[in-house]
Design a protein around this ligand. Structure first.
Ligand code: MN
Length: 181
């Protein structure tokens, strides 16, 4: 966890510096409080998956930017586990800058729900359930995706993931960042 804290801290500082954004401006662009951003930069807090997504979206970087090389040897991918361990995200491939996609493996604990803010404009998400059952909320409507099934949705609107069963839910999430420069 120490490594992950350090990695997130460095990644966020680097992004702010590259963009020339103050903490106040970064808070405005990401929707994450100045206090929380400051804590992450000081290595004092590990954010939830939902918070990390807000930061990635605000800075226009793929989710995997924050996880790659974190707790693994150079170039490796690490599993991001949020503090309450309800949700884990592991990039299965490094971000592909040419094809502009992330392939993530997501695990959601029994009964857990994760609410995601809108990703960048034009982002399309495809999910494939490996184990368990996924309830997806897209624009107020719940959609059931069972083991072995896939579903696609426009992820530039708020959406939620829920595990309705008493066993862990595991699914692949393929994120297409169509409008990234
Ligand atoms: Mn999403």
């Amino acid at each position: 966890m120490e490594n992950l804290h350090q990695h997130l801290s460095l990644a966020l500082k680097q992004l702010r510096q590259a963009n020339g954004w103050s903490l106040t401006l970064a808070a405005g662009r990401t929707g994450v409080s100045k206090a929380m951003l400051g804590q992450i930069e000081r290595g004092e807090s590990s954010p939830t998956v939902a918070t990390l997504w807000k930061i990635a979206t605000g800075f226009n970087v793929p989710f995997s930017f924050f996880v790659q090389g974190g707790a693994e040897p150079a170039g490796g991918v690490a599993t991001f586990s949020q503090p309450n361990a309800q949700m884990q995200v592991k990039p299965l491939l490094p971000y592909d800058a040419q094809l502009r996609f992330d392939l993530l493996e997501v695990t959601l604990a029994p009964g857990a729900q994760s609410d995601s803010s809108a990703h960048e404009s034009g982002v399309i998400e495809q999910v494939v359930v490996l184990e368990g059952e996924l309830l997806l909320n897209i624009e107020g409507t719940w959609r059931r995706v069972q083991s072995g099934e896939a579903s696609q949705f426009a992820a530039d609107k708020p959406h939620s993931y829920r595990n309705p069963l008493s066993i862990p839910l595991r699914f692949h999430s393929l994120i297409h960042y169509l409008q990234r420069p």
